[in-house]
Design a protein around this ligand. Structure first.
Ligand SMILES: *Cc1c(COP(=O)(O)O)cnc(C)c1O
Length: 415
């Protein structure tokens, strides 16, 4: 019996229910993944007790010798992994990493140019409801009707806006980002170039997506999406002056004591990303996504941009009489978890949308390969073809549960 089971059965039971949900469903939300049990052990460690405001060897508290050791290890591994000179491993999330980047280099009312949320960008890239859109004057570029960024258009917009910073990176873009082109645009208008690779970092570090360095001045990422580490963020740069500004922006700028247990877990996650097996995983993520896209196209679905170069596909239902929300609900009742998403040419509200985003990182982490993805993609098409057929959804749910049970990710002892 675990301590939790003994001392707080109510919480324990909820955790067990969530464990069962994660094991029995097919998790295809593109931003989610299954982290390593070793990462969870580090995250659940005694470092959760430690205050360590400041940075290694420059702390505001005593007793930080091991906090220093673990943070330095996380920094060194991050630098090796991303090929950068400096890393800040303290951001509590991807959003806080981005908030710190803005605070480090911008003054209120400065102009930023990012990707439109409804075109696949992130809230933190200047959306009006986010602090990035309230503190700074935000402007946007997007994708064309073919689902791709047109870099000539981005340049045209940049010339008009004259932003202090250009943000490149997305949460729902199925194609490669051309960081070199973004660099040329940034140089043309004298902007700082900031890449937010939250979604694609796991592919980048495996050499399966072009590297933002040396083109970008600053790079941020989450550690829990394709990187498969603990929830959190990291900021990278090769410029010493910029690194100092980033450090001050994180602490004391926007955060207090760092989550040392999460930093320990980040070190473990980076360690996994540095192993040769990581490249095999990243390759598999891409080939699984490709099968997903190919099957859906073959089954007559409109896959945005005609395919995928990375870990996700966007499917558009603009030519169908059901919405992204309908599709999300139907797939969920068949045990397949995806999320609704706006698509190029969107006509519905962001709460309804005309598309879904489907990702392969989590199921790839369970060991599923192209063979399983072909089966799953066909089941997705079966459900969408007959979206009101509740019995079919029930039937497929049982089949998907059976499939999932052949790919054990965690056992009960995980807690
Ligand atoms: C997920 C995401 C973030 C934010 O990460 P959180 O940890 O959820 O705050 C930032 N940028 C992009 C592009 C993302 O996809």
């Amino acid at each position: 019996m675990t301590n939790l089971e003994k001392n707080d059965p109510l919480v324990y039971d909820i955790l067990q229910e969530e464990l069962k949900r994660q094991c029995d469903h097919l998790e295809m939300i593109a931003s989610e993944n299954f982290t390593y049990p070793s990462v969870m052990e580090a995250m659940g460690s005694v470092f959760t007790n430690k205050y360590a405001e400041g940075y290694p060897k420059k702390r505001y508290y005593g007793g930080c010798e091991y906090a220093d050791k673990i943070e330095q290890l996380a920094i060194d591994r991050a630098c090796e992994l991303f090929g950068s000179k400096f890393a800040n491993v303290q951001p509590n999330s991807g959003s806080q990493a981005n908030q710190a980047v803005y605070q480090a280099f911008l003054k209120p009312y400065d102009k930023i140019l990012g990707m439109d949320l409804s075109h696949g960008g992130h809230l933190t890239h200047g959306a009006k409801v986010n602090s990035s859109g309230k503190l700074y004057q935000s402007f946007f570029y997007g994708v064309e009707l073919d689902g791709r960024i047109n870099y000539d258009r981005v340049l045209d917009i940049a010339k008009i806006v004259k932003p202090k910073m250009i943000v490149c990176g997305a949460s729902a873009y199925p194609r490669e980002l051309d960081f070199k082109k973004f660099r040329e645009i940034a140089d043309e208008v004298g902007a700082i170039l900031f890449a937010d690779i939250a979604h694609i970092a796991g592919l980048v570090v495996a050499g399966e997506h072009p590297d933002p360095f040396p083109y970008c001045d600053v790079v941020s990422t989450t550690t829990h999406k394709t990187l498969r580490g603990p929830r959190g963020g990291v900021i990278l740069t090769n410029d010493e002056e910029m690194a100092k500004k980033i450090n001050s922006a994180i602490f004391p700028g926007i955060q207090g004591g760092p989550l040392v247990h999460v930093i320990a877990a980040k070190a473990v996650g980076f360690g996994e990303n540095l192993k040769p097996e990581w490249k095999i995983y990243a390759k598999q993520v891409k080939s699984n996504t490709k099968v997903l896209a190919d099957v859906l196209i073959k089954r007559g679905y409109d896959v945005v941009s005609g395919g995928s170069d990375n870990h996700l596909v966007l499917v558009s239902f603009l030519n169908k009489d059901f919405s992204g929300k309908d599709a999300e609900i139907a797939l969920n009742s068949a045990g397949i978890t995806v999320n609704k998403n706006t698509v190029p040419g969107e006509r519905r509200s962001p709460f309804v949308t005309s598309g879904i985003r489907i990702g392969s990182p989590a199921l790839s982490a369970r060991g599923m390969k192209t063979q399983e993805f072909e089966v799953i993609a066909n089941k997705i098409a079966d459900i969408l073809d007959d979206i009101e057929n509740i019995n079919l959804q029930k039937e497929i749910k049982e089949q998907m549960k059976e499939l999932a049970q052949n790919f054990i990710i965690y056992d009960r002892a995980t807690y």
